[in-house]
Design a binder for this molecule. Structure first.
Ligand code: NIG
Ligand code: FE
Length: 411
């Protein structure tokens, strides 16, 4: 099966060599071919180039992309799309003056979602998550990480991770599962946090590892949730069971969590709305990629991750949605890219690099996803007719996507 996309106005993120991450100043460069074509065989990009050099061939299917932009699908490296129900009442409570913290302190927030999830069957949970996943693919996401973390018991965490496994089986995009083992302290362990961490370390992590349900281990390292010592203990246990750390850190407070992530070779440290100079310094010594989640800042009205400062320090940056019922009920990477430009002052080139190749890196899959490269998986967005790729972030809130191609097939 040969699919040809021709007359492409702008083909974005073309990489001859296998670039798997872009950092610092290099993030300002987004390699582009104008008046281009891409040739796909089965699920793989086999050739691309300028229409000037194009020699006509017999393709099984031809898409004429005159006036349109083609780019790699978004790589969303941080989501919690497997959840039950919603938190609309808390949304209204926040409008009426309560803070995210107030709601958590009265037993709402993550504990609220955990209670709903515990009372939802695996099939019902799958159906809800599958709808969200379908929608985000239509919005251009072609690779995604999905976390557990609304179970808070061994049984309910396994239920979430089995749902992720089934999504992985049923959907054509790349899905990376993460055990978010310690997301909140369950009601029953309110005065016994250590007891809960004992369960996580001695029961939950081994049970998940036994069924091979998670590639990554995550902790919500935050005041009122899990401190540095707790985080360290859980990361160590995850690593012993073959999982790679990828942590929630510096969302509301900066107190050294990034250094713990770096110490345990975290693939990524995510959130970083609060960031100090020591955090930047320690990141510079590491291979850990910072991940910003601007839709979360938007929804909670908290500071945006200082992406400008991160990139100007020579570091890489990835962008992801954080799609979850409490802090970001949206999985729209187009909005993320736009918001990163508007609120974090990333250039369109930086934001697109952060949401494609660097997002893929933050999931450990940038050798196969995140750029237009010969031999990579053919996951592509074809936009509607647009004046230029600047319109993707500029004309925010519009759906600019006409077609999403996953594994070489129209989704
Ligand atoms: O990434 N910060 C921790 N976890 C989620 C939100 C959890 C929730 O409120 O349900 C996040 O923002
Ligand atoms: Fe999150």
């Amino acid at each position: 099966m040969l699919l040809l996309i021709k007359n492409i106005k702008e083909l974005l993120q073309v990489r001859d060599t296998n670039v798997t991450i872009v950092k610092g100043k290099d993030m300002k460069v987004l390699p582009i071919l104008k008046n281009a074509y891409v040739l796909i065989e089965h699920d793989t990009i086999v050739e691309f180039g300028s229409m000037d050099d194009f020699e006509d061939l017999d393709a099984d299917e031809v898409i004429d992309a005159t006036g349109k932009i083609v780019l790699p699908t978004w790589c969303d490296s941080h989501t919690h799309i497997v959840y039950a129900g919603d938190r609309t009442q808390e949304f209204v409570d926040r409008i009426n003056g309560l803070s995210y913290e107030d709601i958590a302190n009265r037993g709402g927030g993550i504990l609220n979602s955990a209670e709903t999830l515990q009372n939802t069957s695996e099939d019902a949970l799958y159906d809800q998550a599958a709808k969200r996943l379908h929608n985000v693919i239509k919005l251009g996401t072609g690779a995604i990480e999905i976390k557990s973390g609304y179970g808070l018991t061994v049984e309910a965490e396994l239920k979430m991770l089995r749902v992720i496994k089934k999504l992985k089986h049923d959907f054509p995009i790349s899905i990376k599962p993460t055990l978010l083992a310690a997301h909140a302290i369950p009601e029953g362990f309110k005065d016994n946090k250590t007891g809960f961490i004992d369960v996580v370390v001695n029961e939950m992590i081994p049970a998940v590892a036994k069924e091979h349900l998670a590639d990554y281990i995550d902790v919500f390292c935050e005041k009122g949730y899990f401190d540095l010592e707790d985080t360290e203990r859980i990361l160590k246990a995850g690593i012993e069971h073959g999982m790679i750390p990828k942590i929630h850190v510096n969302q509301f407070n900066a107190f050294g969590g990034i250094a713990i992530g770096v110490k345990y070779n975290a693939l990524s440290v995510d959130h970083l709305e609060e960031l100090n100079d020591d955090d930047i310094s320690v990141l510079k010594t590491s291979n850990t990629i910072p991940v910003a989640l601007p839709s979360c800042s938007y929804f909670l009205s908290i500071p945006y991750t200082p992406g400008r400062q991160i990139i100007d320090a020579g570091l890489p940056l990835a962008l992801a949605t954080d799609y979850n019922p409490g802090s970001t009920p949206s999985g729209n990477m187009n909005f993320v890219v736009s918001t990163a430009c508007i609120k974090m002052k990333l250039t369109p080139e930086e934001a697109i690099n952060a949401a494609t190749i660097n997002g893929a890196h933050a999931m450990g899959i940038s050798n196969r996803y995140g750029s237009i490269c010969r031999g990579k998986i053919a996951n592509l967005i074809i936009t509607k007719e647009l004046p230029s790729y600047y319109h993707l972030p500029y004309a925010f809130g519009d759906n600019h996507i006409e077609t999403v191609i996953i594994n070489g097939q129209v989704f």
